[in-house]
Write a protein that binds this ligand. Sequence first.
Ligand code: TYC
Length: 144
Amino acid sequence: MGFPFGPTRHDPAMNRKSMPRLSTAKPAPPPTRLANDDSKRPGNPGTPGTAVITKTKTQTKRPNVYRVLILNDDYTPMEFVVHVLERFFNKDHEAAYRIMMHVHEHGIGECGIYTYEVAETKVTQVMDFSRKHQHPLQCVMEKK
Ligand code: TYC
């Protein structure tokens, strides 16, 4: 007797259509994986038997910002400084007057805090405007 389990090649049952047939064909190649197919990547949540760990990182990066400052001098009229603060730094009259007096008494004061390009523009505007009116008012920026 031959192999004791299942049909043998000589078993007539082998020829029945419903029986699995031995095939000489090569096994089918694995399905082509498209470049954007993430289904077999390690982190894919859909892959059975894998866990997903989500790491939450607190966003603490601040944008690069610059303080725009004006300096005191002995010649620029107080009203001109107040006008500059209203016109270029959008201060109301009271805030402008307060900043001007702070600079008058302490030598330097903050007009506002801006990104690099905006700060640079403000400095240029104030310097040009002051020169045009022949005042020595100085405006500078510093990284915060
Ligand atoms: N010290 C000036 C004066 O007495 C006024 C002044 C204030 C000038 C602030 C510049 O940034 C300044 N006329």
